[in-house]
Design a protein around this ligand. Sequence first.
Ligand code: MTE
Length: 161
Amino acid sequence: MIQFAILTVSDRGARGERAEDLSARAIRACMARLDAEEVAYQVVPDEIEAIERALIDWADAGVPLVLTTGGTGLAPRDVTPEATRHVIEREVPGIPEAMRAASLSKTPFAMLSRMVAGTRGRTLIINLPGSPKGVRENLEVVLAALPHALEKLQGDPGDCG
Ligand code: MTE
């Protein structure tokens, strides 16, 4: 069972101007393909401190996986990758590399997402783009590697098959 938290980074969402958080819904739909349980959910504005606070709180509480959506692009207020880099201890570049590589066959705009992934303690943090389509097309790329990634992060000493 994979426990995960969703952090939606959106000024409009945080102001309550989005009727429904369709990006979080897309994350839930993808994660339903694994044996997974959502343990936390928050919407924060595109503010470095607010993003860092949520990521640190969840990592310190031992949530194994945090998926963020939004704020990875080039808009002036897009700061999710910077906030993530501030709190992670080890970067996992292969995850965004794989997501961008696969996404480029769907849209050239994939190269505009600056999403990063990394670990803080025993928590894996993965940035995803803000649109539901971007969430789906990127998250489905990492699903196959997630259980193994999290087992290793929790200290599984077994050989990799
Ligand atoms: N990746 C995929 N697979 N599909 C998409 O639709 N959208 C792109 C990109 N990555 C997209 C994608 C777009 S339009 C942008 S601007 C960037 O992600 C950054 O999105 P964000 O600022 O909402 O995080």
